[in-house]
Design a protein around this ligand. Structure first.
Ligand SMILES: Cc1ncc(COP(=O)(O)O)c(C=O)c1O
Length: 367
């Protein structure tokens, strides 16, 4: 079809390199590629979803979400992040993915510079382009953390900075000093922050800090997806200043109307229930992190131990990577995550210990 049929915006983005890559996997490959928890959704959450169906809670909800859920999220922000978002300052979205999209649509005008960590999660660049913005990667230091001074320099004249800690694909967790320094500087420079905190509960030797504690110009994005192993339920949320949330709600209304009602009722059980299930998953990831890190180190791969999420971002030549794929282990090449990490590969340890052990065996034989 004639190229002019399609908008410049949509022609300016690509399908995610991650999805494309799965198509190359062999049927018996061990999948360390996917960024999806391998635990079932906890029972009390599933039961709340089933009850919602039985109770016919299957109609539209308020655009911004079920009030009881927004109240629970307001409490969560207060208790876990020290943030004072009232329920009216929160929108429930179809996952963090939708929240990112509406945040970009709300903040970004044609030609606005949008900064994000490169390597970084695939959506940041593409959502910025869809909003008419000019995405610009922030280079990371050799430990895959933000270089505060370099980031400050890039902030001059930028419109939006996306911050992601714990980070995908790097597993890096930024320190309080970094989050504070960058957020305060951004506020001074008139740069709005979109803070993507979806991996906040999966932090191992450090602590998580929310940017909105240090700047008033922050949209905080989070989701039930990773925290409660609920990726397919599609529940995320966005909190921010009241006037900004009012604008975001317009975008949400015209693209999504409301998040799925059944999933919202399940999410009430998640956010008002015990966090033991999350701690159990976190402890499992912590064990797997040790297993994969020590295994790769013993095979000669040198890299800093990632501090959060469930990823390992490992420096590796294209030749070794090809051998690993050939040996039946799926991982994702660094160039799927931006321009600055071509010689890296992302392994996810959201996989069973048996699968991690088998993958390590296959990697050993391949190299
Ligand atoms: C950093 C980051 N943000 C957002 C998302 C999207 O999350 P959701 O499934 O809630 O849309 C992901 C998913 O992998 C992610 O890694």
């Amino acid at each position: 079809m004639d190229r002019n049929v399609y908008s410049e915006r949509v022609l300016g983005i690509e399908m995610s390199g991650i999805r494309k890559f799965f198509q190359k996997a062999k049927p018996d490959s061990i999948n360390l590629g996917i960024g999806q928890p391998d635990f079932p959704t906890p029972l009390h959450i599933k039961q709340a979803g089933i009850r919602a169906i039985e109770d016919n809670l299957t109609g539209y909800t308020f655009n911004s979400g079920v009030p009881e859920l927004r109240q629970a999220l307001s409490n969560k922000f207060k208790n876990e992040n020290g943030l004072n978002y009232t329920p009216d300052q929160i929108i429930v979205t179809a996952g963090a993915g939708e929240a990112l999209h509406i945040a970009m649509q709300t903040l970004v005008d044609n030609g606005d510079r949008v900064l994000y960590q490169d390597p970084g999660f695939v959506s940041y660049r593409e959502c910025a382009v869809l909003a008419g913005g000019k995405p610009e990667g922030i280079k990371l230091d050799e430990t895959l953390h933000i270089d505060v001074e370099a980031c400050k320099e890039q902030m001059d004249g930028a419109k939006v900075l996306v911050l992601n800690s714990p980070g995908n694909p790097t597993g890096a967790v930024e320190s309080e000093e970094t989050i504070k320094a960058i957020s305060e500087y951004a506020e001074d420079m008139g740069v709005s922050i979109i803070s993507d905190e979806v991996y906040e509960h999966f932090v191992y030797d450090k602590s998580h800090y929310s940017a909105a504690n240090y700047s008033d110009d922050v949209l905080t994005i989070n989701a039930a997806s990773k925290t409660f192993s609920m990726t397919g339920w599609r529940i995320g949320f966005i909190g921010g200043p009241e006037d900004c949330i009012e604008q975001c709600l317009k975008v949400h209304q015209y693209c999504q109307t409301c998040a799925t009602s059944i999933s919202q009722y399940a999410a009430i059980a998640a956010y008002t229930g015990s966090m033991d299930c999350v701690m159990e998953m976190r402890n499992e990831y912590a064990k797997r992190r040790e297993l994969l890190y020590n295994g790769l180190k013993n095979l000669g791969f040198e890299f800093p131990k990632p501090e959060g999420a469930f990823y390992m971002f490992v420096p590796m030549s294209g030749e070794i990577f090809a051998k690993i794929i050939d040996a039946g282990v799926v991982a994702i090449p660094g160039d799927a995550f931006g321009n600055n990490a071509k010689d890296y590969v992302r392994f996810s340890y959201a996989a069973s210990e048996d699968n991690i052990n088998e993958a390590l065996k296959r990697i050993e034989s391949a190299i």
